[in-house]
Design a binder for this molecule. Sequence first.
Ligand code: SF4
Ligand code: SF4
Length: 447
Amino acid sequence: MSAYADRLEALAADAADRCTGCGKCFEACPTAREIGLDAGEAKARVGELSALTLNGGPAAEGLQKWLNACDGSARCSAACPEDINVRQWVTIAKMKALDAARPREVGAANAAGRFRHMAQAVRLLASMQLPSETLKKILQPAERRTAEILFYTGCNVLRTPHIVLNVMDILDALELDFDVVGGTSHCCGVYQFQEADLPTYERMGHRTFQRFGQSGASKVLTWCPTCTKNFDELEKDVEEPFFDLGHVSEFLAANLKALKARFVDQPKRRVVIHEHLGIGATVDSIRKLLSAVPNLELVELVQDSGFSYACGGQAAKFKDRERAIHRGLAEGAVAAGADTIVTMYHSCHRALAGAEAVYPSLRVVNFTDILAEALGRGGHPDYYRLYKAGGSMDEAVAAARQFLSSNGVRVDEASVQSLTADIFDETGLAGSRDAFAQAFTALAKEG
Ligand code: SF4
Ligand code: SF4
């Protein structure tokens, strides 16, 4: 075992050692209930978790079902009277059980396939929506940066890159010395960890984290909730870095006074935040930030915010529940007279961006859209929303034609088909997929 793997083992062993076996974590687990695991068997399941941790795999049948169901909501950690990070413990145990259940090469091949598919989609979507100078800037190696603050985008937000441009605008408005870094060459290694391919994870996610340190930045601002969770629990807890690490929303909330001083008058808006718990203080931070925006009224809705820490990802296996969450949110927003749904993360934004096709009175924006505009900046076109809403693609195609050419990237018909599936097969609200498929197939045929 590597030194890194040893330290992960030690984290899990410490959790098992501190655990009293009360079972409150399992009782609180929303996905265990979703698949019908009985809360009355909590002590047995936690006993199996401890046994797996201390004696090795494979996992007992009931435990394996629990581990497979986990979507990272962190309700277990919130419920633990001993203050154990149960989500972290479950994540490590899941990886360990998988490693014991099959040859490592199988996991490595799965992880490589998932990474390849994601990387191709991210590369195409980013190349369709961003000028080459911005994309090149983001993709430059982290270790070559010199700024005080590193804004780390992760990979998947580059499917909706207006969010990245917004954050850059906001940090610019605060006159900070920052640099932006991300893309698949700086992946957090989530697929490799999930598929129990620890050696590749170490060369990828662990290495990305080390590269942040090599840049000399004193602060790393994360965007993606998965990267935030992974770096927090699988890196920072394993070895304390020399830099501060936190989600960009928390950093902005801590700088609210400086932001507020720069806010300009805004149109009246009634806003519902699409909420997720489970990633630090992100909901509270976004709530605090939006509450300070002139003429913005927050409309409160009861939401299923504890089911997953973000839309998609590991929660995507619960399609019906995710569908119900999205429908319930949009219908609740309309009934409450809200005109805007605000997304916290990019995966939620992808899920909800097409809501206006179904609920024409609603507009979906990310919280960074609102903040950047309140600072007199922002206004970057959200092409992904145009894709999802399924109306006229003229503006999105014209932009893609120009950006693809500047990035030296071409789309072919097969990649349009693959992108169409990626965009429209995700759970969420959307208009017709034909508008996107036909318009971009026509663009591909231009050659
Ligand atoms: S993180 Fe959420 S889904 Fe996973 S075990 Fe904990 S409560 Fe259950
Ligand atoms: S809630 Fe905490 S102490 Fe209780 S069983 Fe779960 S991990 Fe152990």
